[in-house]
Design a binder for this molecule. Sequence first.
Ligand code: PMT
Length: 225
Amino acid sequence: AARLDLDGLRVVVTAGGTREPFDPVRFMGNRSSGKQGMAIAAAAAARGANVTLIAANIGTEAVPDGIAVEPVGTTLELEKAVTDAAREADVVIMAAAVADYRPAQVQQGKIKKEHTGDRLTVEFVVNPDILAELSAARREGQLVIGFAAETESDPATLLELGRSKIARKGCDFLVVNNVGWNHGFAADDNDVIVLNTSGDIVMEASGTKLSVADRILDATLSRVP
Ligand code: PMT
């Protein structure tokens, strides 16, 4: 029987990867498939939560009925969608892989090799740190959960990076995962540690992204009324 322990809880989840256009046909992006974020959305909905999924450049055909899906493309679009949705949310979970930078200028026509020659230099400008903004703006009782995708696999280094990241971002919990060429991003399984604001490990899990999703909800939502 389903546990409806999140009945009525308003949960916003971001999933996928933002894309930053250079010109009408090209973008800089990342390899997030959206699987981990979609698994969290599905797990929360199965437990009775009222879920909004902000989907950055992912196929959402497999998202269960009853989840409100809002597609976005760029980081600025994701920022607007999640900020609006957060106003009515009890919990915000930032599983999306967000581009830290975007091209300073978007060309109106295709960038042409005839014009750029043998080397192409593109200037980038920094994007807003959405997780830090959501954390700073959170209401009393609202929970903000971030992720950290790190390419360092040494456990002590991973923990160190996670601790400094949660201190910088100011969220309530940080889900730290090691990512690489063939794990973390796009894989069906994941391996995570969850830190609280003090930097303590509150949970460690590995397995399918759906099983990890349930463990993340267990570890982080226990103090939600
Ligand atoms: O989608 P999958 O293929 O299933 O892969 C899952 C995943 C590896 C993408 C996911 O588990 C994950 O780690 N997501 C976060 C990826 C990321 O952007 O990590 P980061 O360490 O660069 O960012 C830290 C946190 O800040 C994240 O919650 C991110 O959403 C947020 N962020 C980052 C930059 C920015 N400008 N604004 C942000 O809000």
